[in-house]
Design a protein around this ligand. Structure first.
Ligand SMILES: C[S@@+](CC[C@H](N)C(=O)[O-])C[C@H]1O[C@@H](n2cnc3c(N)ncnc32)[C@H](O)[C@@H]1O
Length: 182
């Protein structure tokens, strides 16, 4: 019942609730993706029950929690900052959602298999982006990857859509790639 109540709010509201209950900083210090963009990503990738969604740099897990509640996807997150990863785990648990949060850097962790991968890459370093591109070369054919702000051109991926997206800090581009056989 609580979940039903919660998803009626925007992700900003959800982030506020999470912050209030857990006390881990401001909504925008972790740069959470707003609900309008989460909805665009869900539509672009055809999120539906059971789809495995991997959020690279999942922050406090609000995007994953939103998609899990709204679309019943299977959430998986990787997050470098231990207290933030712990909060993402807590978010899923608190909302009664099952999922996996891995604490560590994208540069050193092998990604779990997923159907949809989301990269909110606005603040990623050049090294992190290079590491993401290396792992993209190893992804299964048929995976969809959504990149916010960053361009991730790889030989085994085809760019299928580019759309604008509005954040609290301004407008950026979202790119959707599909992996294909080399
Ligand atoms: C902009 S926030 C995005 C949060 C969430 N994905 C969303 O869209 O709402 C980016 C997150 O990536 C994490 N991050 C940055 N570099 C990372 C790295 N190298 N490995 C894992 N996580 C990283 C940050 O700690 C931060 O929580």
């Amino acid at each position: 019942m609580f979940c039903g109540w919660l998803w009626r709010f925007s992700s900003d509201r959800m982030a506020y609730e999470i912050r209030r209950l857990r006390g881990t900083g401001g909504d925008y210090t972790q740069g959470e993706t707003p609900v309008s963009v989460l909805e665009s990503i869900a539509t672009l990738t055809g999120m539906s029950p059971g789809v495995r969604v991997l959020d690279l740099g999942c922050g406090r897990g609000s995007a994953l929690a939103y998609w899990a509640i709204r679309y019943n996807v299977a959430p998986i997150g990787i997050e470098a900052i231990p207290i933030v990863a712990e909060t993402a785990e807590w978010t899923l648990r608190y909302l009664g959602l099952s999922g996996t949060i891995i604490c560590g850097g994208l540069e050193s962790i092998e990604w779990p298999v997923a159907d949809v991968i989301v990269v909110a890459g606005t603040c990623f370093s050049t090294e992190t982006t290079a590491a993401i591109r290396r792992q993209m070369r190893r992804c299964q054919v048929g995976t969809t990857l959504v990149a916010i702000s960053v361009e991730l051109p790889e030989e085994n991926w085809v760019l299928v859509r580019t759309i604008p997206a509005r954040f609290a800090w301004g407008e950026t581009m979202i790119r959707v790639y599909n992996s294909r056989p080399c």
